[in-house]
Design a protein around this ligand. Sequence first.
Ligand SMILES: Cc1cc2nc3c(=O)[nH]c(=O)nc-3n(C[C@H](O)[C@H](O)[C@H](O)COP(=O)(O)OP(=O)(O)OC[C@H]3O[C@@H](n4cnc5c(N)ncnc54)[C@H](O)[C@@H]3O)c2cc1C
Length: 376
Amino acid sequence: MRLAEEGNYQDFRNNLRRFVERDVAPHAAAVDREGRPPIEAITAALSLGLPGLPFPERLGGSDGDLFAQVITTEELARGCASASLTITSGWVLEGIVKYGSPEIQELVLPPICRGEMRGAWGLTEPQGGSNLMGARTSAKSDGTDWVLDGTKRFITNAGWADWYLIFARTGEKTFGIFMIHRDDPGIRFGKAEDKMGMRGSPTADVILDGCRVPAGRVVGDPARGGEYIVEMLHNSRLTIAAHALGLAQGSLDEALKYTQERRQFDQTISRFQAVRVMIADMALKVEAARSVLYQAVDYRLRNHPDARRYASLAKVLCSDAAMSVSTDAVQLHGGYGYLKDYPIERMMRDSKITQIWEGTNQIQRLLIAKETYASC
Ligand SMILES: Cc1cc2nc3c(=O)[nH]c(=O)nc-3n(C[C@H](O)[C@H](O)[C@H](O)COP(=O)(O)OP(=O)(O)OC[C@H]3O[C@@H](n4cnc5c(N)ncnc54)[C@H](O)[C@@H]3O)c2cc1C
């Protein structure tokens, strides 16, 4: 994103930052400790209309563009990564605005925008997440209804969301996307997973056992779901990168604060050259990741031919920055960094998943290499 354009979002970012400091960050430790959804942050986010940010006004949303989504996700994650993920999780349904029928848009999206319902998406399966097109969950039409069978693994908001966007096989080489409601016959949920981090965000299996839904619940063409999901993943990869960037920036903030307070050898540790070099390297990683992410958003908005490669570059750079900067920030806290008394311990645990989900960083590197060879 050009700097001038970014300037247009400065007030938006400042308002969000104040909101996060007041209504989100103060609850982050309790949410993590108690392993429960960030209810306080979710309730407060409603007053800003955040659940409806990417959706059109006609459906109750506020028509925020991708850059607004990225800034929102980043600022929320800076204060609480679980709250960021939970508040923005309904955005995975954005694709149905492009591909879904007017009826399905009206059914699903207005209550999501009003914060009365929550969304989730199910792509990953027990036999693998990296090989998305190896999905085995099936959807068969019996003339009037669709019947879905299969298990989706590691689904954020499973059991807690109302609407599930499910990726399922409709033929030997074709896939479709289906909207399943939590009260539909034949859907149930696995146990809540006990995770290293992101403990305020529920994760579980979605099990579809002869799950029967009306014909109108398919999104667009039931043979073109593979193509739709690749497009949807392009946007979500950028917001997931922003989530990681928020964690990286939040970790740097904590390191800056602590090193200017902690004294050793009669001076603050921020005065030691070895510490300053670490801070410089952390800042380098955060700013490089941010520049590439905003460039990737700009490319996406302009339909630039290099947009997909940049989305992968941004995902890797932002998540590697989150892991590296949070680890170094723990180091700069000394023994206190290892205690739950300081937020940096939680940030380091929360950071790890950002290198794994939404296409692991190894898979992103494969995509980057493929596109880089193709462009030479
Ligand atoms: C907390 C959490 C929340 C999640 N939320 C969701 C969600 O809401 N919806 C959803 O659909 N999924 C979700 N996921 C799933 C996540 O996207 C997958 O875990 C991820 O895509 C990796 O899939 P996998 O776990 O099956 O690993 P695998 O695909 O089995 O990979 C295992 C390892 O092998 C490597 N590998 C695999 N193939 C290759 C290759 N060709 N070349 C090099 N290395 C390779 C991987 O990079 C990885 O290191 C979530 C996961 C977690 C943990």
